[in-house]
Ligand binder design. Structure first.
Ligand code: ADP
Length: 560
């Protein structure tokens, strides 16, 4: 029988799992495996750094609704990837990282790039395992995909020693694995469903919180029906936006604090009451909380759940809709007329109006809100947005809408800066039919900004925007919060840096904008460029919000 190399088995296994793109930074010992992937139609995407490769894999996986896959070299390549693995861990995203390693035969002798990656990965993965023999590669990769997608999704690490990859074995020894089964979609306890339906029908001030966990059950129709059937006001988490279109009349995201403080019944689905929602502490103590999550351990975390329903969001929401069938009309009509809804709308309108003067400001240099107003105005209704950076993220949250699901990516649960550019690369690969806008603060752009070259190399017409306020929180830290001896700067960078020239260096389209009236035409040219473009927008380093107040610790501005 014919012989086969370990590297080829890696490529075959990924092909078997339906992997379309494998993200990599080519290097030993996985060079042959990357080559074999290309031969089998598993398209290798070469990034400039392993952290970015994993971010791009996550962007692709999230937008496409599947496992992100990275195939990396050994030692430092794997440690570079760990930030990306932690992003997957903290965001509950499915990811399989295949990392090369030194030969088993010389283990412990100090081989080139020898590292105990399996142990290092253990605390931030659902499973970390070494392929100790070539014949086991298919079964371990299949298992890795199953573990990554099942229950609460998460990352898996598979270590591939160089002598396992280079081993040539008889085909008859290969253990066939097949494709990982699709994840189970468990139902919720029927008595808990009935109790949740009763609470919702009785509620005077109900509120729904929708999060990015919905991605993995694609329960978009179900969640929209629940909202419409009950006239249920809702809030989306930063990445849950678009599961129900932001322009839905019952979206009360702009009245978030008021909504959380005033609700008497809160349904949480695909979201966690962690820091993103202030640990749920502002929800009144006597409010009913109905929590739906696939992970039993999440129920009641930070805030006791009146009803905890363990199950798949889509299945549970369908059960809930059935339980409400024929019973929801009185609650629906009552809600339409309720002071709760009119108060929420009033708060929303007031908060939105407060932003208008900032958005309409013609000041030079520009403020962040003016930049985002023009961005909002040029964006197609259906598009993908990646956002990165602190002030940039906060302003985007107020001004950039999302109208379709799984089309908004940002530093998310673990607040990881540097994701914006590589997320955009992965997202555009997953959805070539949609425009991708990637807005980055200049400091977060610095982490992985060279990935604009990756976008150009793979003909991805992403529009990158650098919200350029000269460094970390612009000039606010160094001018108001602390001063360095001898006037040295640690948080402010070289002023008015020309990030547009970074993309031009690789043949991309660059725009440099210093005045508000130049912005819109520059954005329109960028979207029409037919290749990756970068619009560098000079923004006032002191334009800041929330405005720092006298005596307030700088870290408090970042939520600490
Ligand atoms: P967000 O940041 O949008 O609030 P989180 O990442 O904090 O979202 O929470 C997502 C939640 O969704 C996690 O608790 C996760 O267990 C849950 N989840 C993931 N997949 C499913 C699913 N298929 N059904 C129900 N809940 C899910």
């Amino acid at each position: 029988m014919a012989e086969v190399e370990g590297s080829t088995l890696v490529a075959r296994a990924l092909h078997e799992q339906g992997t379309e793109h494998v993200f990599t930074v080519v290097g030993g010992p996985v060079i042959e495996a990357v080559g074999a992937c290309g031969d089998l139609g598993v398209r290798p995407i070469g990034a400039r750094h392993e952290q970015a490769a994993v971010f791009a894999a996550l962007g692709e996986g999230y937008v496409a609704g599947r496992v992100g896959v990275a195939l990396l070299a050994s030692g430092p390549a794997v440690t570079n990837a760990m930030t990306g693995v932690h992003v997957a861990w903290d965001n509950c995203w499915p990811l399989v990282v295949l990392g090369g390693s030194a030969a088993l035969a010389t283990s412990g002798l100090g081989g080139f790039q020898e590292a105990d990656s399996v142990t290092m990965m253990q605390s931030i993965t659902k499973w970390s395992v070494r392929a100790d023999r070539a014949e086991r590669i298919p079964e371990l990769i299949a298992r890795a995909h199953h573990v990554a997608m099942s229950g609460r999704p998460g990352p898996v690490y598979v270590d591939l020693p160089s002598d396992v990859l280079s081993a040539t074995i008889d085909e008859s020894r290969v253990r066939p694995a097949g494709r990982a089964a699709p994840p189970a979609r468990p139902m919720g306890d029927p008595s808990a469903i009935e109790r949740a339906a009763e609470l919702l029908l009785e509620a005077e001030r109900p509120l729904l919180i929708v999060g990015k966990g919905l991605r993995w059950s694609q329960a978009y129709e179900e969640v929209s029906r629940l909202v419409d059937d009950l006239n249920l006001p809702f809030l989306s988490s930063p990445m849950g936006r678009g599961a129900i279109p932001d322009d839905h009349a019952l979206n009360v995201g702009a009245a978030r604090s008021f909504a959380l403080r005033g609700a008497d019944t809160v349904v949480v689905v695909g979201a966690r009451l962690n820091w993103v929602f202030g640990f749920g502490r502002s929800i009144p103590a006597d409010a009913n909380v109905i929590q739906i999550d696939i992970d039993p351990e999440e129920i009641g975390r930070n805030r006791p759940a009146t009803v905890g329903i363990v199950g798949d969001a889509g299945t549970v929401l369908r059960q809930l809709l059935m339980a409400l069938e024929g019973r929801s009309e009185p609650a629906r009509s009552r809600a339409a007329e309720s002071p709760w809804l009119s108060d929420l709308r009033e708060h929303r309108a007031k908060n939105e109006a407060a932003l208008q003067p900032l958005m309409d400001s013609d000041a030079v240099p520009m403020n962040h809100h003016r930049l985002f107003r023009d961005l909002r105005d040029v964006l197609p209704r259906e598009c993908i947005i990646t956002v990165d950076g602190q002030i940039t993220f906060a302003t985007a949250r107020q001004l950039l809408p999302s109208h379709i699901p799984a089309a908004r990516l940002n530093p998310a649960t673990n607040g990881c800066m540097g994701v914006g550019v590589p997320f955009a690369v992965g997202a555009q690969l997953a959805r070539p039919d949609l425009r991708v806008l990637s807005v980055n603060g200049d400091s977060s752009f610095g982490f992985n900004g060279l990935e604009v070259e990756t976008a150009l190399r793979y003909d991805l017409p992403i529009v990158f925007v650098v919200d350029n306020n000269d460094g970390i929180m612009g000039g606010i830290l160094e001018s108001r919060m602390f001063k360095q001896p001898h006037g040295e700067r640690v948080a402010m960078y070289r002023p008015q840096a020309r990030y547009d020239r970074v993309i031009e260096a690789f043949g991309g389209h660059g725009e440099h904008v210093t005045r508000p009236e130049e912005l819109r035409p520059a954005l329109e040219r960028a979207f029409a460029a037919g290749r990756a473009a970068l619009v560098n927008v000079v923004v006032d380093p002191l334009a800041m919000w929330p405005a720092p107040t006298e005596g307030r610790r700088a870290s408090a501005l970042m939520g600490y």
